[in-house]
Each structure stands twice: as structure tokens, then as C-alpha cells.
Design a protein around this ligand. Structure first.
Ligand code: GDP
Length: 444
């Protein structure tokens, strides 16, 4: 079961109870059973699942006086909050500071995705305006430096390494000293992930750490190992105290849910997740955003952050959305930008309502679908674009004209209008939603 299926199952269970006429203990138990089964199948530890179940039950039964629609909302909010708690370690990670050198050291087993993730993280910071460099301190694996060099060159990130020096501590120190002198703001040090003896690996990590004095040590952990993530992160933590974790290979992996909850149980913050082999397959991790996306509620804050990082012209749309407005023109801007934003299915998952529309479609189909939507909006008049879509209800002939102009069907146009209407409704509630996400979750 991939993560999207987990989200769908949990959502299904919540939506069953919100649709049912009677919300008694029996109905609550049924919902909990389905949620717990889904979590267990996604490899979440049974202790954590049992705890979640108890906490949800206690919270709901402690508010017996709440009934009807309010009770349903209480159930939704409680489930949301407890799922967030399941993946939240309640510890803040180090945040690199501008205008000073931040040394970030990577540790983790070979094959976890360290070198790939180094470049992803370096790109992430470079795009945000940090002067960023990478150092390859893996002298153990032949070809490690070449791999980092290749990735760095492709991403246009300065790098440092050596073909001749065999002491990783010396290479790490030289690289960090060099970049420090050149006033780099982020220096990422990739270390080796394999030794003949485990102890040698841990000793080397400690020595490199002493030499480069990192502000942040990040462990890179393969998310596909599921619950085993807990034991592995604990072992590394005892040997080389790291402050945060990046989970890789979360793309389509059911065990990812297990890994996240297992790591949260070690009180170490997950800062990013890797969701593919490509450099942009990298997302910041925040418990609320993750659960929001998992449940298909969308992640407006994450989307805004992503949009900001791409320097797209979205100011008016964001402002409108925050003010509770959303016109077809906003929808058009959004779609146009979306085409530039890379993996569409990922972006779609951040937009409330879009994940359903795009679920089960391939990247190619998604792109084709979106292009048609853009054609439809490009065929609208100024007046139509600046409206919230009601103009089409009053004058249905407009729908036929737009369909003809865009080479699509009336149904296609109606779908766009329906989608825009949903977004418009969401915009109205967006302030609420963002406040709720800030304050501790809740479902719209
Ligand atoms: P290292 O030995 O820890 O430096 O690992 P590498 O960076 O060489 O990665 C090992 C393999 O995992 C490579 O084939 C990467 O392309 C792949 N990989 C890394 N991160 C991800 C990810 O988030 N998703 C997927 N699907 N593959 C990944």
C-alpha cells in the first residue's frame, strides 16, 4: 500500500462517519478500526497505533456534551491532530542563518541516498539565495567523489574533493576551511557510509565532526526500511549525535509512514523527505503539512513556500486567496505557473481539491489535463476571467463559445468552472484553514 492509499483509506473512514446519521460508540469504533488497520498495513508500529487509538477515543469521549455536526467536526479534528502527533517529534531542528557560515555534515549508511541528498539540499539552499558548496569526505568508496562532482556540476554548485588524499578528515577540513574563507554560507559535507567495521565508521564520523565542527549533523535514512528506522537512527545517534534526519525514498513507499512515525518516536526532527531520484524530488517536512497532504486536504502553506522559492509572479493570487477571493484569472495564473513548477502530481497534492482530480493519473495524463484547462481559460474574455464563474451560469452560451475556442468540450469547460468554484469556496475558508493549521490542525 503506497502512502496515497493510506491517505485515501483514512479519509474514507472519516468521511463514512461524517456522512452517517448516527455517531455512536459503535460508529466511532468502526472508524478507528479502519484507521488503525490502514496504519498497521502502512507499517506503523503497533504500539504507536494502539496509543493513537486510545488518545482519539479518550478525547472524543471526554466531550460527551458535543453532539450532531459539532461532534463530527470534533472527530475530524481529533483524528487530524492525533495523526499529526504520530509524526511529530516536538523538537525544533537547527535553521541555517544568513550571512554566516553554516556547516552541515551528512552521516548515514551507504546506499541511503546521502550523495544524492547532498545535492538536493545544496540546490534547495542555493535557490533560496545562500552561497552554497559541497565537500566530498568519502575517500572509502571509489567513485564517491566523481558522483558528487557530477551531481554538483549538473546543479552548478561549487564542490571540493580529492583524488589523491586518502584521509577523509583532512579532505573534510581542507574543503570546509576553503569555503569558509570564501564566505560560503552553507557548506555540506558528505561522509562515507561504509567501513569494514561498523565501529570504524562511527569513529570516522566523530573525527570528521571534530575537525569541521558542524552546526548541524543530518542523518540520511532510507525510508523504505520502515519501522527499522527507529533502531538505525538510535544506533547512529549514540555514536555520533546528530540533530536531524532526512528520510529518502519516500516515493510511493508504504513503509514511509512507518519510518516517519518510528523516527518521530526517537525525538529527532525530520527536516526533509526525498521523494525520487531527481534533484527536485525533495520536500521540507512538517508534520501538519505531511498529514494535510496525506489526507488530500492540500497544503497551502507548503505551496506558498514552494511558489516563493521559484520566484513566480503569484503575488495577486496569494493576496486574493488570503483575502478569501478567487477568480478564474487566479485559476489561470495558478495553472500557468503550475506548468513551470515541475512534477505536477506533487504540486497538485498541495492544492486543496486537486489531489482527487489528479489521483490515479500518470504524470503525462496530468500534464495533458492541465494543458487543456489552460487552453480553456485562455479562451475566456477579460470579463469572464475576472469573475468567480457565475457569469457562465447566467449566460450558458459562453460555455459553448469557450469550448469551441479552446478545442475542448462543454463538459471540460464545466469541469474547469466547477474546480474554480471549489477553489473559490476554499479561498473563503482559507484564512480559517491556515489559522487552524497554524494553531494545531483541523480539517476544512
Ligand atoms: P549514498 O551511498 O548514501 O551516497 O547513496 P546515493 O546517493 O548514491 O543513492 C543510492 C541510490 O538511491 C541511488 O540510485 C539514488 O538515485 C537513489 N535515491 C536517493 N534518494 C532517493 C529518493 O528519494 N527516492 C528514490 N526513489 N531513490 C533515491
Amino acid at each position: 500500500m503506497v502512502l496515497a492509499d493510506l491517505g485515501r483509506r483514512i479519509n474514507g473512514a472519516i468521511s463514512d462517519i461524517t456522512k452517517s446519521d448516527v455517531v455512536d460508540e459503535n460508529a466511532i469504533n468502526l472508524m478507528l478500526k479502519e484507521i488503525c488497520n490502514a496504519l498497521l498495513e502502512a507499517d506503523v508500529n503497533f504500539r504507536l497505533v494502539a496509543k493513537l487509538r486510545e488518545r482519539i477515543k479518550t478525547q472524543i469521549s471526554s466531550q460527551e456534551n458535543i453532539t450532531g455536526g459539532n461532534k463530527k467536526r470534533l472527530i475530524q479534528k481529533t483524528v487530524f491532530d492525533e495523526l499529526v502527533a504520530l509524526v511529530d517529534c516536538q523538537t525544533e531542528a537547527y535553521k541555517p542563518k544568513k550571512h554566516q557560515t553554516n556547516v552541515i555534515m551528512f552521516v548515514g549508511l551507504q546506499g541511503a541516498g546521502k550523495t544524492t541528498t547532498c545535492t538536493k539540499l545544496a540546490t534547495y539552499y542555493q535557490r533560496r539565495g545562500y552561497k552554497t558548496g559541497m565537500v566530498c569526505a568519502d575517500t572509502f568508496r571509489a567513485g564517491a567523489f566523481d558522483q558528487l562532482k557530477q551531481n554538483a556540476t549538473k546543479a552548478k554548485i561549487p564542490f571540493f574533493g580529492s583524488y589523491t588524499e586518502t584521509d577523509p578528515v583532512k579532505v573534510a577540513k581542507s574543503g570546509v576551511d576553503k569555503f569558509r574563507k570564501e564566505k560560503f554560507e552553507i557548506i555540506i559535507v558528505d561522509t562515507s557510509g561504509r567501513h569494514r567495521q561498523e565501529q570504524d565508521l562511527f569513529d570516522e564520523m566523530v573525527q570528521i565532526g571534530n575537525a569541521v565542527n558542524p552546526n548541524q549533523t543530518i542523518m540520511v535514512l532510507d525510508g523504505a526500511i520502515g519501522q527499522a528506522a527507529e533502531a538505525q537512527s538510535k544506533a547512529f545517534k549514540e555514536a555520533a549525535d546528530f540533530g536531524s534526519i532526512i528520510l529518502t525514498k519516500m516515493d510511493g513507499h508504504a513503509k514511509g509512514g512507518g519510518a516517519i512515525s518510528a523516527v518521530a518516536a526517537t525525538n529527532t526532527p525530520i527536516v526533509f523527505i526525498g521523494t525520487g531520484e531527481h534533484i527536485t524530488d525533495f520536500e521540507t517536512f512538517s508534520p501538519k503539512s505531511f498529514i494535510s497532504k496525506l489526507l488530500g486536504i492540500g497544503d497551502i502553506q507548503g505551496l506558498m513556500e514552494h511558489v516563493k522559492s521559484l520566484n513566480l509572479d503569484q503575488k495577486d493570487t496569494i493576496k486574493n486567496f488570503q483575502e478569501g477571493k478567487f477568480t478564474l484569472r487566479d485559476f489561470q495564473t495558478q495553472m500557468g505557473n503550475m506548468m513551470k513548477m515541475g512534477p505536477l502530481s506533487k504540486i497538485a497534492s498541495m492544492i486543496p481539491g486537486m489531489s482527487n482530480l489528479m489521483s490515479g493519473v500518470s504524470e503525462e495524463d496530468a500534464s495533458y489535463k492541465l494543458k487543456r484547462m489552460v487552453f480553456i481559460m485562455d479562451s475566456m474574455t477579460k470579463k469572464e476571467l475576472d469573475s468567480n464563474g457565475d457569469i457562465f451560469v447566467d449566460e450558458p452560451a459562453r460555455i459553448v463559445r469557450v469550448a469551441r475556442g479552446s478545442g475542448t468540450s462543454v463538459t471540460d469547460v464545466e469541469l474547469v468552472l466547477l474546480q474554480s468554484k471549489t477553489m473559490s469556496k476554499l479561498a473563503k475558508g482559507s484564512k480559517n484553514m491556515m489559522d487552524m493549521q497554524k494553531q494545531g490542525g483541523g480539517m476544512p
